[in-house]
Design a protein around this ligand. Structure first.
Ligand SMILES: [Zn+2]
Length: 139
């Protein structure tokens, strides 16, 4: 679906475009002005994306946040959201970063799971941090 938008074969209300990324309005916005920033190259998951393209997605999301605050859109804050994988609620298999303009009591929220709220002790935290550090050596 997003590849068709990139190819110009499906309509979109585009707010930004360069050689790496495209940003357009979500047709089912959380709030008006909800933007999706996507890579022009097809990548279902973040792990398939070149680092520079990922960096460009974030750069444009930062610019978009500023632009939303200056625009006519109601925007008192911004939530950036990227769901990577089905378990993370990714619904379209093409990487997309949501840039959601927010305002107080707009009704949008994230729900915490039953494990949330339990503080881990330092030993447990350090064990997890060590595991992630080791994995980062691989790239
Ligand atoms: Zn695609």
């Amino acid at each position: 679906m997003f590849c068709q938008i990139v190819a110009g074969a499906a309509p979109a209300s585009v707010v930004y475009s360069d050689e790496k990324v495209l940003a357009f309005l979500d047709v089912q916005p959380v709030n008006p002005g909800h933007v999706l920033v996507i890579p022009k190259v097809h990548a279902a998951r973040l792990s398939e994306l070149e680092k520079e393209t990922g960096a460009q997605i974030f750069r444009i999301a930062m610019r978009m946040s500023k632009a939303l605050a200056r625009s006519s859109v109601r925007c008192e804050g911004v939530t950036l959201l990227l769901a990577d994988g089905e378990a993370a609620f990714q619904e379209v298999p093409h990487v997309h970063l949501h840039v959601v303009p927010r305002f107080k009591r707009d009704g949008f929220g994230l729900k915490f799971g039953p494990k949330y709220g339990k503080r881990l002790d330092r030993k447990e935290l350090d064990a997890v941090a060590g595991s992630i550090r080791e994995a980062m050596v691989l790239g």
